[in-house]
Design a protein around this ligand. Structure first.
Ligand code: GTP
Length: 353
């Protein structure tokens, strides 16, 4: 950005002398012709007011032009700009500075929102105005015809630069609009991710809630049926959790629940589904795990829990998917839940399967 403001448009677009010459060739503008045009510089210089007046008479046929110009000061500025533009046509110098002035015109047209149809029709009016004025000043129709044909090519050469900046400025606008849209879409995606996270997770433990757990498990059961994989369900709760709340306070109760969330995340694999079923009840779906592995994982759970809370205990029930046709989500959870109740009958951390 800082670099750009210290550079001319010719520098920004890296337009070399060779590129300018190549474009002159493209429009068949020979040095002889341009020198010929330059001979009439002084002739036209004394009659610029007439050219400009004629031009605006033609232009003002369109009401929109009046609206676009707007006020007298702008009109005066435009007229003096046009004086300079016409004089430059006859200047004899068609170098980097000349090109730079043309590039600026394209940029300004884009900024003020002047559509190409307007500046293309204005270009025709200007040629007509110069032709008409020259015909009153130069008697020889061969000469005025030659000047007119050189001007036609020179103004087409000008237009090519004007369009370069007009189009590039339009592309810049589109790019910055795309950038803004991309940022907006990204922020929306983040919000949606946040919202769906909120909808699928238990806020206290950051584990999946009942609804999302069941959705995931249903999908895993279907996949297990196709791949003949095993799934084990570990269902557990904290013994006498009500007492913990009552004796040590709700905050301590919350801490125990949050710790269980962390322990489950640490022992579960990425493919497993760890959930809080509500209150002090949790359920872990171990994907691809047979009963023996589920027992080992449950032992790790007990060890980690006991290390943090030596005075509290868990009751754990495990159920394995009986066969791959067992697609009943509620059924498999219920079996693990029943095992947990068996475990609860004895005191201390215990696992029933
Ligand atoms: N701190 C805390 N307590 C909760 C939360 N949700 C539920 N509870 C409490 O958890 C307790 C669960 O009590 P019960 O269902 O009787 O279970 P229990 O006391 O563990 O008894 P058993 O299951 O027989 O061992 C209730 O007192 C609930 O108020 C929570 O988010 N935070």
């Amino acid at each position: 950005m800082t670099d750009r403001i210290h550079q001319t448009l010719v520098e920004q677009y890296q337009i070399s002398e060779l590129e300018i010459q190549t474009r002159k060739n493209l429009f068949e503008l020979s040095d002889d012709e341009l020198e010929f045009l330059n001979k009439y510089r002084l002739v036209i210089d004394g009659h610029l007011d007439e050219v400009v007046a004629h031009f605006y008479t033609l232009l003002s046929k369109d009401e929109y032009v009046g609206l676009l110009i707007g006020d007298s000061e702008t009109f005066e500025r435009l007229k003096s700009g046009l004086h300079k533009y016409v004089l430059d046509l006859f200047s004899g110098f068609y170098d980097a500075e000349y090109v730079n002035n043309r590039l600026r015109i394209g940029l300004v047209h884009k900024r003020i929102g002047l559509e190409p149809k307007y500046f293309l029709s204005a270009e025709r009016y200007l040629r007509q105005s110069i032709d008409v004025t020259l015909q009153t000043l130069v008697d020889d129709p061969v000469i005025t015809g030659k000047i007119s044909s050189i001007l036609e090519k020179l103004i087409a050469f000008d237009m090519s630069w004007i369009f370069d900046t007009y189009i590039s400025s339009m592309l810049n606008e589109m790019n910055s609009l795309k950038l803004k849209t991309d940022l907006y879409v990204k922020s929306l995606e983040e919000r949606i991710r946040g919202l769906s996270r909120l909808a699928s997770k238990d806020p206290l433990t950051d584990l999946y809630n009942v609804r999302s757990f069941r959705d995931f498990l249903r999908r895993e059961l279907l996949l297990a049926k196709r791949s003949h994989a095993s799934i084990s369900i570990v269902y557990f709760d904290i013994d006498d959790f009500k007492e913990i709340n009552d004796k040590c306070g709700h905050k301590e109760g919350d801490n125990v629940l949050k710790s269980i969330g962390k322990i489950l995340m640490s022992i579960a694999r990425e493919t497993d589904i760890a959930s809080r079923q509500g209150g002090d009840e949790f359920c872990l779906a171990l994907i691809g795990c047979e009963l023996s592995e589920a027992q080992a994982i449950s032992k790790r759970l007990v060890e980690k829990f006991a290390a943090e809370f030596p005075h509290y205990a868990l009751s754990i029930g495990i159920a394995e998917l009986q066969d791959q046709t067992d697609l009943d989500v509620d059924g498999v959870i219920h079996r693990a839940d029943q095992k947990m109740y068996q475990a609860k009958k004895s005191k201390g951390c215990k696992i029933c399967s």
